[in-house]
Design a protein around this ligand. Structure first.
Ligand SMILES: NC(=O)c1ccc[n+]([C@@H]2O[C@H](COP(=O)([O-])OP(=O)(O)OC[C@H]3O[C@@H](n4cnc5c(N)ncnc54)[C@H](O)[C@@H]3O)[C@@H](O)[C@H]2O)c1
Length: 324
């Protein structure tokens, strides 16, 4: 297949590109490099452009025929989205609408969309399945839910086939160690723990130790970035036989507290990894764990990285040799 990967210079998108190439697909990356990295893209054409630039999209689709689009572009910092919601709705919602209209004009009818656990808001169940109410508590989550709604309408009106994949916490890196997570600022736990192990960063902070969890720290569900890429490949197959807009929650179905992650990182790295407690961050639920049942049943997807150590080990290879 010929696949357009929007946001392919970013963390998850760059792993997706490698996976697609490994399966013999033809790939073009479109990215404005706002949070992505040129060095993360190799062996495929990189078209530098912005989803908000209709003319750049017209040029992208002109003279190229795509069988499917994977859409990873977004701004995705929760706190920033609260402070500057216009920026989030413009980039994440209006940008996606531009992409969808370009796809419509070019008669491309398959899309895999990067959604998020943030569409659910505060969990009302131990394991979050696809029937859990969606009630985002910040503009970032709301922007993703709006897009999901647009996709449902587009399926009915235009016959667009879509799969929204709601990732929980993406983590790890390709075991080759040459691509990985590189965000500035970095808000994710595992990169910050590993930066701290390397003596980089400002000192590791654990936000809140009075949650109703085993050790008082937040529980999250970490899923390896290459497992996420595999789910996208499964979604392409799934859309062959299915019309409509579909959504799947992607996680490992296991939760780890922040302290358990730090402990596992100490074992993997052999470093002491110091931290200090800070007050809770607003909008951080105590526990966020996916039910992966629907993805297992309908996408035949099971994460291969099922231990937190194996995920951290791949991230550690990347962080010791960061290239961008
Ligand atoms: N990382 C996670 O744990 C996680 C969890 C849930 C959902 N997601 C979603 O997955 C997707 C990928 O996340 P990531 O961590 O790889 O993020 P990232 O910031 O590393 O990648 C996003 C890419 O999109 C590009 N981009 C953003 N806006 C653009 C625009 N208007 N035009 C063109 N390019 C644009 C950026 O330059 C970047 O390369 C995002 O949509 C994010 O919301 C991520």
């Amino acid at each position: 297949m010929k696949v357009l990967v929007c946001g392919g210079a970013g963390y998850i998108g760059s792993h997706m590109v490698r996976r697609l190439l490994g399966y013999g697909h033809d790939v073009v990356v479109f990215d404005n490099l706002s949070t992505g990295h040129k060095k993360a893209v190799s062996n495929v054409p990189l078209v530098v452009g912005d989803l908000l630039d209709a003319e750049a999209l017209r040029r992208l689709f002109a003279g190229r025929r795509f069988d499917a689009v994977m859409h990873f572009c977004a701004l995705s910092l929760v706190g920033e989205s609260v402070r500057d919601p216009y920026q989030y709705y413009v980039n994440n919602v209006a940008g996606t609408l531009n992409l969808l209209r370009s796809m419509f004009t070019a008669e491309v009818s398959r899309l895999v969309f990067s959604s998020t656990a943030a569409v659910f808001g505060n969990p009302r169940a131990r394991f979050i399945d696809e029937l859990h109410p969606t009630c985002p508590i910040n503009p970032y989550g709301a922007s993703k839910l709006m897009v999901e709604r647009v996709l449902a309408d587009a399926a009915r009106a235009y016959g667009l086939r879509t799969v929204a994949l709601r990732y929980f916490n993406a983590a790890g890196a390709d075991p080759a160690g040459d691509i990985g997570e590189s965000h500035e600022p970095e808000t994710h736990l595992i990169p910050n723990v590993l930066r701290s192990a390397l003596g980089l960063g400002k000192g590791l902070k654990v936000f809140g130790n009075d949650y109703a969890t085993a050790d008082g720290t937040c529980v999250r569900d970490y899923v390896h970035v290459n497992d996420l890429a595999d789910a996208h490949l499964a979604a392409l197959d799934f859309m062959e036989g299915r019309e409509g807009a579909h959504a799947f929650n992607l996680g490992n179905g296991q939760g780890f507290t922040v302290l358990q992650v730090i402990e596992a990182a100490r074992r993997v790295t052999g470093k002491p990894i110091e931290f200090e407690y800070a007050t809770r961050r607003e909008g951080d639920p105590a526990v966020l764990v996916a039910s992966g049942q629907k993805a297992r049943d309908q996408l035949a997807w099971t994460p291969k990285y099922d231990s937190i150590e194996s995920i951290i080990d791949t991230a550690w290879r990347w962080h010791r040799a960061v290239r961008y």
